[in-house]
Design a protein around this ligand. Structure first.
Ligand SMILES: C[S@@+](CC[C@H](N)C(=O)[O-])C[C@H]1O[C@@H](n2cnc3c(N)ncnc32)[C@H](O)[C@@H]1O
Length: 249
């Protein structure tokens, strides 16, 4: 069962407006689009409402690129299927920690911190093992997770996060630590009616992510500190992992 934030159609339908679709170009999407290069096949894990997957399908050479988008939340996939170009992507309802698809991919990506929705270390390890099994020869995996050393969640207060995703709708986030996880409640107010949806996030450290990737049989090619390709430092906002299948010896 996905976290309520992604399972509730009222919140899923506002995801794109809340994340600035059509208003700002997301650095993670720009990086992945460049990185996709001439990849003939792409798998977008935790694809959400499908903006990236649909744009990757549209950018493929004369529509020849095969793009799959996988997400456990039907409400998010419903938005993805209905978007322009959504018919060019193969949408799959599924769990990135239990991958069993009938083909391999040149590029597997996981953006928008979907990796942090994998709450337990064993789920993150299983996702990386699944990615290793589904990469084609020479294929690449790229994913992001927020650097826990920056403790970004401490800034996710109602005052800092308040915004109007659509005219007449107010939204903000209320956050608290819950053991190793960060729980945040998104609050929407429309015409005086309030709705809330919870999601929890893990903040695994760089060492865990790299070690789990190696254990999964992946070769770590780079760890960037942001989606502009900066070198990682303890102050970096992100951990952007680029990994591949090791060359056969
Ligand atoms: C913050 S959204 C990111 C969506 C999209 N990748 C983007 O960049 O806008 C996180 C997504 O991860 C999905 N998710 C949660 N648990 C997952 C899992 N076990 N496997 C794959 N995706 C998952 C959620 O349903 C949600 O659509």
């Amino acid at each position: 069962m996905p976290e309520p934030l992604y399972h509730d159609p009222a919140f899923a339908s506002l995801y794109d407006a809340r994340n600035g679709e059509g208003v700002r170009d997301r650095a993670d999407f720009a990086f992945v689009r460049r990185f996709a290069g001439d990849a003939d096949s792409v798998l977008d894990l935790g694809c959400g409402t499908g903006e990236l997957a649909a744009s990757l399908a549209a950018a493929g050479d004369a529509g020849a690129r095969e793009v799959w988008g996988l997400d456990p939340a039907e409400a998010m996939l419903a938005v993805a299927r209905a978007r322009p170009g959504g018919d060019r992507v193969r949408w799959v309802r599924g769990d990135a920690a239990a991958l069993a698809l009938p083909r391999r991919f040149d590029l597997i990506c996981m953006t928008g911190h979907a990796f942090q929705c994998l709450l337990a270390p064993k789920d993150r390890a299983a996702m990386l093992e699944g990615a290793a099994r589904h990469l084609a020869r020479g294929g690449r995996l790229v994913l992001d997770t927020r650097n826990p050393l920056r403790r970004a969640w401490e800034g996710w207060t109602p005052a800092n996060t308040g915004h109007r995703p659509l005219p007449g709708v107010r939204a903000w986030v209320e956050t608290r630590e819950e053991g190793d996880l960060v729980r945040y409640d998104t609050v929407l107010v429309e015409r005086g009616a309030e709705r809330r949806a919870t999601a929890r996030l893990a903040f695994p450290p760089r060492e865990e992510v790299e070690e789990a990737a190696r254990r999964a049989g992946l070769a770590v090619r780079a760890v960037h500190g942001d989606w502009h390709g900066s070198p990682w430092t303890p102050q970096s906002p992100e951990i952007v992992l680029v990994a591949g299948r090791p060359a056969p010896s």
